[in-house]
Design a protein around this ligand. Structure first.
Ligand SMILES: NC(=O)c1ccc[n+]([C@@H]2O[C@H](COP(=O)([O-])OP(=O)(O)OC[C@H]3O[C@@H](n4cnc5c(N)ncnc54)[C@H](O)[C@@H]3O)[C@@H](O)[C@H]2O)c1
Length: 319
């Protein structure tokens, strides 16, 4: 019989790609999403599939559905994501929802996983490393995070989410693992979210000035969404309970390099301009993915230029 998989945040950017892949892999998928930052359009292609069930609901509320006697796996992705630069949207406009979903929502999902004896994967973030003092960041690094800065609602609630999952594993025998997702990009990213990749692409295809915050020397490494989804599935299937896995791409580039590559790939006439760096913006972000490579056999396969081209094509289509 098909395994039943619950994907919270399944109508979001990464969640919708994950739902696609799980359906292709023959799973029965329940997508639980309150559409705070996601959209039903992201899963429109799945709505007529007999193995796909969309439920509009907040994960902080009790989940009762008699249709599903048994849930085998829970991918808990629900949460506004982390914009790169000084985005006016996402957790900046949803600070309380962000704190609640990562704490109460995660607690609730752990309870449901226990009730169903299901495996749980919590989508944490590289933001838990804050503005890191070492590079690359391995899973053992404890981070350099402000508890009161503007990013704290996200960083600290994800950190506490990790604590909740770890306590359920240690004290209640939950089969749970944590993935720390690093910057991910690809089709279906929210065009209004204000992440660097999205901003650069939108500006480049309209030949408008490409805005860099700071001098562009801060580095990031971006993972194409298909690679990210593959990593999450490997962590669920091959990962051990209680373990943490960095899932991201270690191909590190400066933000200025990203802007130049996007400009070239889009054949754009845009100028690159510089604005002041926002508070708490990390200077460097690069995953150490040795553990995922060794223990899950996972590593990113899609080259930056190839992934960016696919993303530019998507944004041209939806403009
Ligand atoms: N995209 C990245 O680069 C990135 C990086 C690090 C971590 N992550 C994590 O990955 C996960 C998915 O991120 P994404 O980029 O797809 O973001 P997204 O905003 O596109 O997707 C998140 C989804 O969660 C839903 N959601 C939010 N609060 C909810 C609630 N209370 N109940 C039910 N649904 C709720 C939203 O409506 C949305 O569909 C998040 O947990 C995010 O923190 C993403």
């Amino acid at each position: 019989m098909n395994k039943t998989t619950l994907v919270t945040g399944g109508a979001g950017f990464i969640g919708s790609h994950l739902c696609d892949r799980l359906i292709k892999n023959g799973k029965k998928v329940i997508c639980l999403d309150n559409l705070l930052t996601g959209s039903q359009k992201n899963v429109a292609q799945l709505l007529t599939n007999k193995n796909f069930f969309f439920i509009k609901q907040d994960v902080c509320e009790p989940f009762v559905s008699r249709k599903f006697a048994k849930i085998d796996e829970i991918y808990h992705l629900a949460s506004p994501a982390d914009p790169n630069v000084n985005s006016p949207v996402s957790y900046m406009t949803h600070p309380f929802e962000t704190m609640r979903v990562n704490t109460e929502g995660t607690w609730n999902m752990c309870e449901i996983a226990l009730k169903h004896k299901a495996k749980l994967l919590f989508a944490s973030t590289s933001e838990i490393y804050g503005d890191p003092q070492i590079s690359p960041q391995g899973e053992d690094y404890r981070g350099n995070v402000s508890t009161t800065g503007p990013r704290a609602v996200y960083d600290e609630s994800k950190r506490f989410g990790e604590t909740i999952v770890s306590a359920f594993v240690r004290n209640k025998n939950l089969n749970g693992r944590i993935t720390r997702i690093f910057n991910t990009y690809g089709p279906k990213m929210n065009p209004n979210e204000g992440r660097a990749v999205v901003n650069f692409i939108k500006q480049a295809i309209k030949n408008e000035s490409i805005t860099i915050y700071g001098d562009g020397s801060q580095t990031r490494s971006f993972c194409y969404v298909d690679d990210e989804v593959e990593g999450l599935i490997m962590a669920m299937e091959k990962g051990k309970s209680g373990e943490v896995y960095n899932i991201g791409n270690d191909d590190e580039r400066t933000i200025l390099e990203f802007a130049k590559i996007i400009k070239k790939l889009a054949g754009s006439k845009s100028q690159i301009i510089f604005e002041p760096l926002p508070e708490d913006d990390p200077v460097q972000r690069k995953p150490d993915i040795t553990k995922a490579k060794k223990t899950l056999g996972w590593y990113p396969k899609i080259a930056l230029e190839k992934g960016l081209l696919r993303t530019i094509q998507y944004f041209r289509k939806i403009q």
